[in-house]
Design a binder for this molecule. Structure first.
Ligand code: GLY
Length: 404
């Protein structure tokens, strides 16, 4: 009797697991098909315009698509999304498109007036290099890392994010602002050292990661958006926000950049302090009293109008992608990170956040926030929300195919 009860429980468990795997496989298949359809519509628009590459970025106030130039920090995300479609489908038709869209932004490798070349070249050419090994792409990645290196400020041991002689950044009284987003640029530097054997790129990345670890986090694990350093002696002049609600608030995308950025640093070094920080910032978000049940964060976890505050889907998709990577580490609770990421993905793929085909300017996801203080891209689709959604989908697929 005991034996047959055990057998029954085991077989029920087996079928429950089998059913779950089946459901997850369907989830991935259905979302990949949706992405191919939706992005396919945008590819049709781009390919009909023979004059220049239209690089879809977000929606304008009038509902039309905003297409950015190569120097915009978001220029690498759409080409990178096409590489992810290529990888997710194995469809060779995506490859020449991804190559063409990368070529259209190649000049970004020479930008030295802001720090975002890591996002721009890493997400586009970096993925192309990973998937094709194209030696010309190695050159582009290394040149971008050289450009980023020009922004290293040895006194402070950091890479300066923004110049302070232009735009609204010139009106804040900053000397050498570093934003948490900059953690996302370090992957490019690690890659450049691997390609060239020149340790300087990696050394700069590690100096930046270490100083940021010391200066940019609060005791509760959350991070500041902006740290302004003295160029003279490297000391901290102030701790501010630019895109969050307040200097002391937790801007959600900043938390996502920190979780993802320190996960990369752990991958590249195996140093526990980096993983500890990624997990501490993740736990701050996970355990936050105002984290909504669907796990899509408010744009700022201290927004005064919670629970009516806007959500930021880009923060959610970036956190999900980082958590899939963390879930592959040899940690006792590794499964819990995948479960959390899966829950985010279910929410993102639900009608509350995923667009109907042919709507939303052909972007995949709705309801991101660029910057409320700048009244820019408020409750709009953003190409980086889509990029990290596809990356998360690909990581989920890899993990589940390894289990099956
Ligand atoms: N890196 C700019 C942003 O997260 O809005």
């Amino acid at each position: 009797m005991m034996k047959s009860t055990t057998a029954l429980v085991l077989s029920l468990l087996f079928f429950a697991c089998a059913e779950k795997k089946e459901t997850d496989t369907d989830f991935i298949r259905e979302n990949v098909a949706f992405a191919c359809d939706q992005i396919g519509r945008e590819i049709d628009v781009i390919e009909k315009n023979s004059e220049k590459f239209l690089n879809p970025t977000t929606l304008k106030a009038d509902g039309s698509v905003f297409y950015c130039g190569y120097a915009d920090w978001r220029s690498g995300f759409f080409p990178g999304s096409i590489w992810y479609l290529y990888e997710l489908t194995g469809d060779e038709a995506y490859r020449p498109l991804a190559e063409k869209y990368c070529a259209a932004i190649e000049e970004a490798k020479n930008l030295t007036w802001h720090h975002d070349v890591g996002f721009m070249i890493g997400c586009s050419f970096g993925n192309g290099l990973r998937l094709t090994g194209n030696p010309q792409y190695k050159e582009v990645v290394v040149q971008a890392a050289r450009s980023l290196s020009t922004r290293f400020r040895p006194e402070a041991g950091i890479i300066q994010s923004w110049d302070v002689d232009r735009g609204w950044m010139s009106q804040r009284g900053w000397e050498c602002p570093v934003i948490i987003d900059n953690m996302m640029n370090l992957e490019l530097m690690f890659e450049a050292t691997k390609i060239t054997d020149d340790p300087s790129f990696r050394e700069i990345a590690l100096a930046h990661a270490d100083r940021t670890l010391t200066e940019q986090f609060r005791a509760d694990g959350s991070c500041y958006h902006v740290i302004d350093y003295s160029l003279e002696d490297g000391s901290v002049r102030n701790r501010h926000t630019a895109q969050g609600y307040a200097h002391e608030s937790a801007w959600s995308r900043g938390q996502a950049w920190a979780i993802y950025g320190y996960t990369i640093c752990y991958r590249e070094t195996g140093e526990q302090k980096y993983l500890d920080q990624a997990l501490k910032t993740f736990r701050f978000m996970r355990d936050h009293k105002d984290m909504p049940d669907d796990l899509i964060p408010y744009w700022d976890m201290d927004a005064p109008d919670i629970p009516n505050a806007l959500r930021d889907v880009s923060s959610a998709s970036c956190i999900a992608s980082a958590l899939y990577e963390i879930s592959t580490l040899d940690l006792p609770e590794a499964d819990t990170y995948k479960t959390y990421a899966d829950q985010i993905m279910r929410s993102l793929a639900s009608p509350a956040y995923r667009a109907e085909p042919g709507t939303n300017g052909n972007f995949l996801l709705m309801h991101s926030v660029g910057s409320i203080p700048h009244d820019a891209e408020v409750d709009k689709p953003l190409n980086y929300a889509d990029y990290y959604f596809l990356e998360a989908l690909k990581r989920k697929k890899d993990i589940e195919e390894a289990i099956l």
